[in-house]
Structures are given as C-alpha cells and as structure tokens.
Design a binder for this molecule. Structure first.
Ligand SMILES: Nc1ncnc2c1ncn2[C@@H]1O[C@H](COP(=O)(O)OP(=O)(O)OP(=O)(O)O)[C@@H](O)[C@H]1O
Ligand SMILES: [Mg+2]
Length: 271
C-alpha cells in the first residue's frame, strides 16, 4: 500500500514534450500536480489537452523531458489500476455485447488484476459507481442499448469503480445532459474530498467549477495559464491569479472555444 498525503506530488512534468511520430504536440511543459488537487485542463480544440492526458498515461510517447506519475516515470507504474481514465473518444463500442454491470466491473478488475474474481466489496463498488452516474436502473442492460451520453456516463462509472488515486477524465461531460453534469459534479466533489487527485479536461467548467479549484490552460502545446479556475476566464495569456472568490462562475465554455476575456470584476483578487 502506498500511503500518500496531501501535498505529495501526484504528477510532475519537467520540460516535457509529448507528441506523435517524433513531432511534439505538447512542448517543453512544466507542471506539478499535488496529490488531492482538482485541476481543470482547458484550451481550444487542437491545443494538446488530450495529448497531454495521453502522455501521462503512456498512451502518447514522451519525446523529451521527464514525466512522472504517482512517483514513477510514466509507463513504469507497477499498479496501473491506481490511475483511472475516461478517454475523450468515445463511447463504449456497440459491438461488445456487454451489460452496464460488466463494463463497469472491468474497471474494478483493472484494479484487482486480471483473473481475480470480484468479491462482495467489489460488487458494492461497481453498484455505487453505476448509481453515482444515475444508471442504477440500467445495470443489466446491454451497453449498445444506451444513448451516447449514457454510454459516456458508463465510462465515468468504470473509472470511478476502480477507486483510483488519480482520475484523469477527458471531457467527461461532453454530450451529457445538464442534470447528469450536475450529478457528475457531485460525485467528483465526493471523490475529491476523499483525497482522489482529479485532472479533468473540459470545455464546460460551469458545472464542475465548484470542484476544480485550479486551471491549466493549454495553448498550442504550451501552458499559457496556471492558476485559479476563475482567473482562467480572464485571458489565456495573462496570469490573473486572484483568489477564487466565485468558484461557481463558468470560466470556459463550449460556445467560447478560446479562453476569451470575460467580465471577472466580481471575482475578487483585484480589489
Ligand atoms: N494520434 C495522433 N497522431 C498525430 N497527431 C495527432 C494525434 N492525435 C492528435 N494529434 C494532433 O495533435 C494536436 C492536438 O490534438 P489533441 O487531441 O491533443 O487536442 P485537444 O486539445 O485535446 O483538442 P480537442 O479540444 O478538440 O479535444 C492536433 O493538431 C492533432 O491533429
Ligand atoms: Mg481532446
């Protein structure tokens, strides 16, 4: 068991470049995420958010610098089940004849290791994760019979079921209705309060603003802002790092694909 305390480093990128086919997309980035932090990763389409997330998971190659995750160089973590991941794309394949319960159980098995049987506590965790995304009544249904947004929620449940130390979610609310986004925010608030480190790529900070205190804005593969989420609303290139006086205020929106200036007079910090 690895006992971690808040303040320990969960993710560290030092001069890190991540890309594909030797072409860096994320270039020479420095970022430190402490255990227990809840971070929004913002930025316009194509800025490199998913590449950054995939780099942390070892799914996109680190081309330079250092990337360390839960105390190990990327890809060298002995127990990958400590990291949960909700990929951006996309839904669960309709070709897989699996039920909601089965898909979410796979998330739990990832934590236990393959060929281990689920015990009662694991089944409880699976049930709780599915309930947390509001799909308890669909437990035995084939995934293929669910809508796209519901399938996204199953993927969130799959990640939650493993009760990871670090949860990386790539646009978990994309295509998810407002009520379910609010429900997800509640779930994330709970897992964050329990100590899970959250890294959430999103274009819709509104519902999650009360959970994600810090924001990192990725702009053309570089981090152009790192500070309170509310401050991310005031410009991608500027560092308005006032206190998060109004965490409930949306700072970045799908209908504003770049981080544009928004009135932030009431956000404090600049009294
Ligand atoms: N597998 C890949 N091979 C080569 N290039 C890629 C690959 N995936 C992404 N890219 C390129 O990397 C750049 C950043 O893509 P990325 O998916 O990281 O952006 P993003 O910030 O997540 O965007 P979005 O908000 O649309 O999800 C884009 O120019 C994209 O074309
Ligand atoms: Mg992306």
């Amino acid at each position: 068991m690895t006992a971690r305390s808040p303040g320990d480093v969960a993710v560290r990128l030092h001069d890190a470049s991540i890309g594909y086919d030797d072409v860096p997309i994320v270039a020479r980035v420095d970022l430190t995420v402490r255990h227990g932090e809840a971070i929004a990763v913002l930025g316009s389409n194509g800025s490199g958010k998913t590449t950054l997330a995939r780099g942390l998971l070892g799914l996109a190659p680190v081309l330079g610098g250092d990337v360390e995750i839960l105390g190990a160089p990327v890809g060298r973590l002995r127990d990958p089940g400590r990291i949960g991941y909700v990929p951006q794309r996309h839904t669960v394949s309709g070709a897989v004849p699996a039920t909601v319960r089965e898909v979410v159980s796979v998330g739990r098995l990832a934590r236990l290791g393959l060929f281990r049987r689920l015990r009662a506590a694991d089944r409880v965790a699976v049930g709780e994760a599915v309930a947390a995304v509001g799909l308890a009544d669909r437990m035995e249904e084939p995934i293929a019979s669910l809508s796209g947004g519901q399938q996204r929620r199953v993927l969130v449940a799959r990640a939650l079921a493993a009760q990871p130390e670090l949860l990386i979610m790539d646009e978990p609310t994309a295509g998810v209705d407002a009520a379910s986004q609010d429900a997800l925010a509640e779930v994330l608030a709970r897992v964050s309060a329990a100590g899970t480190t959250l890294l959430v790529v999103t274009h819709e900070t509104g519902p999650l603003a009360s959970v994600l205190a810090r924001a990192v804005v990725v702009d053309q593969g570089r981090i152009s802002y790192d500070g309170p989420l509310a401050g991310a609303a005031s410009g991608s290139g500027e560092h308005h790092c006032g206190p998060v006086a109004d965490a409930g205020r949306p700072g970045y929106r799908l209908d504003q694909p770049t981080v544009t200036a928004r009135p932030v007079r009431s956000l404090g910090g600049g009294r």
